[in-house]
Design a protein around this ligand. Structure first.
Ligand SMILES: [Zn+2]
Ligand SMILES: [Zn+2]
Length: 297
């Protein structure tokens, strides 16, 4: 049974809460290892170059948020295991678009068809592939949606409380560019705005509601990563990040519900239903489920 967390009216909505929780490289790495079988403190210590203090802080946060159940170790809950589609989308995007990985990422095989594959974002109702540029989704902010409520709170306090740097060392960085995109509240908002078609400086500033200096700084960062082009529109690499965004939105709205209603509402125009993201196998076309995704070295 899905246990949805109710969020109070007027506070951070499902997107803002989710970005605050998952827009963090350590949390993503801990969840990745959990999906690969880690369930004891020593497992993560052995697999990640993470300090006791940082690991404790992150496990506590993820447990408080209902992604782990603490008992004899840490067991992924249904909510925790459900991040697999986000992680799979990130894995595929980093693998395809980020050349600077110290080690190549492992490959992926789809167990039922036995072939290497990429995840393909589809509409869960009609199974049609959905691209950022095909304009098959209509909608935007729902009753609890706004830019202000969709970004996480400032992280200064959390960082200080951890007493350790926010990022893993570079050789452990599995998601270096993903966290540059979603691990900072202004970057995440900028990416969201760009996917809504915003491409003028003044419009970005209106959406983010922050200083021009901050907006310019975030635009520079995303431009340097090759995600935004000279004209501030998303590049092919930026557009290819769409499945990550939609899987994050899907997870957020499966597990968090603001009192007023959803943060984002999209209709899939070809079939007319409310859009819910799903992933298909690029090799056989079947719907991907968590247990059928096998990493290969
Ligand atoms: Zn559809
Ligand atoms: Zn397949």
């Amino acid at each position: 049974m899905l246990e949805v967390t109710e969020l109070p009216a007027g506070q951070r909505n499902a997107i803002g809460v989710t970005l605050g929780l998952l827009g963090d490289e350590w949390s993503l790495l801990i969840l990745r290892e959990a999906l690969l079988g880690a369930d004891r403190f020593v497992d993560w210590r052995a697999r990640l170059p993470i300090s006791n203090a940082v690991l404790t802080a992150r496990l506590n946060r993820l447990t408080e948020a209902g992604l782990f159940l603490r008992g004899n170790g840490y067991r992924l809950t249904e909510r925790g295991a459900d991040v697999w589609s986000i992680l799979l989308s990130i894995w595929a995007w980093e693998d395809r678009w980020v050349a600077s990985h110290v080690e190549r990422l492992p490959g992926r095989v789809h167990r039922p068809c036995g072939k290497p594959f990429d995840p393909v974002l589809v509409c869960s109702a009609c199974d049609t592939p959905v691209l950022a540029i095909d304009h098959s989704l209509e909608g935007g902010f729902g009753p609890s949606g706004s830019w202000e409520r969709s970004v996480p709170e400032a992280t200064t306090r959390r960082r200080a409380a951890d007493g350790a740097p926010r990022r893993p060392s570079s050789d452990a960085a599995f998601f270096p560019q993903t966290t540059a995109l979603i691990g900072n509240r202004w970057s995440a908002a900028l990416v969201g705005a760009a996917f809504q078609g915003v491409h003028r400086f003044s419009d970005f500033q209106r959406c983010l509601n922050t200083s021009p200096t901050m907006v310019a700084d975030r635009i520079r960062t995303l431009h340097a990563l090759g995600v935004l082009a000279d004209d501030y529109r998303l590049t092919a690499k930026g557009l290819a990040f769409f499945p990550v965004v939609m899987c994050l939105v899907g997870w957020a709205q499966r597990w968090y519900r603001a009192a007023e209603g959803p943060a984002l509402v999209h209709r899939h125009l070809p079939c007319g239903t409310d859009f819910v993201a799903a992933l298909d196998c690029s090799s056989c076309g079947d719907r991907l489920v968590r247990k059928d995704v096998v990493p290969t070295s």
